[in-house]
Design a binder for this molecule. Structure first.
Ligand code: HEC
Ligand code: HEC
Length: 348
């Protein structure tokens, strides 16, 4: 950062006054990324990722291009909504305080915007798994009429006419040709590097921290009652289940069946990762629960009867008041403050 400042002073002597009058100037200069910052890695204890970055090698320039695209409202029809509008870093890239997504023209969708992390380990994306590749995923929200409602061909025209994008594509991919594929590669470099593996839970696994008694008991309850679906260390089995929620009558979201047309998939949704869960509310595919306590009360209460209800949940999951409070203590250890404060993921 210092280097950038000095350089700025030399190049623009007239701005010296500005440099000396306040730190706001300093704050606006983006941190310089190092190769280390943009290195994809497999955290200790994680399985091998699904996505292979060998075919899309991450570079500083590719990552920065992906970040610019992620935060650029010009990916939407009226240039008002960016990916970052619904996926906010302070909420681990979920849409804070929004039950369902809120997109262009104030329109709302029917599903809750999930947080984004460890995406390179996903087989499928979206609550119903309707997208099966991280590289094509951004095309979904761009075209979605209640999200960004834009045609990718128009987006490419906007980018080609921009003062900065052509040289950023050149820096990332060797020529200033702007294509959908290159755009998706860059966005994958940015999104794919959103690795969350430094919560207190992770630190305990690495022997760097210790659980309290409540957190430790919460983990034991979690392992006996929850981890068959919310499997460590990703806290999801990346599969689809009906966890007994009554369908919302006005929406009748059939979940996975929308994609497969198989009645055996009715009301099944992708198991969400519970990492960062304390800060990604509201909860469930339609954001129906505001608090984690409500989620636990759902599991310990009556399940909506249907032929596809997960066999593990036919009688719900009995939980005592003590188990619930310990579970809440444990779930809070899954928040990764390093991830949500990491300056490299911030809008520049
Ligand atoms: C208007 C709000 C909104 C905007 C804008 C938006 N998203 Fe989303 N995002 C959502 C919602 C809602 C879902 C869940 C959709 C579903 O399950 O049908 C989602 C799902 C995702 C997922 C899947 C996560 C998972 O765990 O399966 C990814 C990745 C993602 N969005 C990235 C993006 C990117 C990249 C952009 C910009 C090109 C973007 N989103 C723009 C609301 C939004
Ligand atoms: C049979 C598999 C299964 C079991 C067992 C299970 N869950 Fe879930 N869980 C799911 C699925 C599937 C969803 C998403 C459902 C939806 O949105 O329609 C979910 C959603 C959640 C959510 C909301 C996550 C979010 O991002 O909105 C929380 C919190 C949660 N479960 C906690 C737990 C806890 C705690 C336990 C143990 C007491 C548990 N689950 C047991 C499958 C399971």
């Amino acid at each position: 950062m210092k280097k950038l400042l000095v350089y700025g002073v030399i190049a623009l002597p007239l701005s010296i006054a500005a440099v000396f009058t306040g730190c706001s100037v300093d704050a606006e200069i983006p941190e310089e990324l190092t190769k280390e910052d943009v290195k994809f890695y497999v955290p200790q204890g994680f399985p091998q990722p699904v996505y292979n970055f060998a075919a899309n090698p991450v570079s500083i320039e590719g990552f920065e291009l992906g970040r610019k695209l992620f935060y650029d409202p010009r990916l939407s029809r009226d240039n008002t909504i960016s990916c970052g509008s619904c996926h906010m870093q302070s909420g681990a890239f979920s849409h804070i305080e929004h039950r369902v997504s809120h997109g262009i023209d104030g329109l709302t969708g029917t599903r809750n915007a999930p947080g984004l992390w460890n995406l390179a380990w996903h087989q499928t994306f979206m609550w119903d798994g309707g997208i099966n590749h991280i590289e094509s995923q951004p095309l979904g929200p761009i075209a979605n009429p209640v999200e960004m409602d834009e045609n990718i061909a128009n987006v490419l025209v906007k980018l080609r006419n921009d003062a900065n994008y052509p040289r950023m594509f050149e820096a990332a991919f060797g020529s200033d040709t702007i294509t959908t594929q290159r755009m998706m590669w860059a966005m994958t470099q940015f999104q794919g590097l959103m690795i969350s593996a430094n919560s207190k839970y992770d630190q305990v696994q690495r022997g760097e921290a210790q659980f309290t008694q409540a957190e430790q008991s919460g983990l034991a309850t979690f392992r006996s009652k929850c981890s068959s679906c919310h499997t460590e260390p990703l806290f999801t089995d990346d599969s689809f289940h009906n966890n007994g929620l009554p369908p919302e009558p006005t929406v009748m979201d059939a979940g996975r069946m929308r994609i497969t047309n198989d009645p055996a998939d009715s009301l099944k949704f992708k198991t969400p990762s519970l990492r960062n869960i304390a800060i990604t509310g509201p909860y469930m595919h339609d954001g129906r629960f505001v608090t984690l306590a409500q989620c636990l009360n759902h599991y310990s209460g009556t399940m909506y009867p249907s032929s596809t209800l997960d066999p593990q949940l036919t009688s719900g999951i009995p939980l005592t008041a003590q188990e619930k409070s310990d579970l809440l203590a444990f779930l809070a250890t899954l928040t990764d403050y390093t991830f949500i404060q990491d300056p490299k993921f911030k809008e520049q």
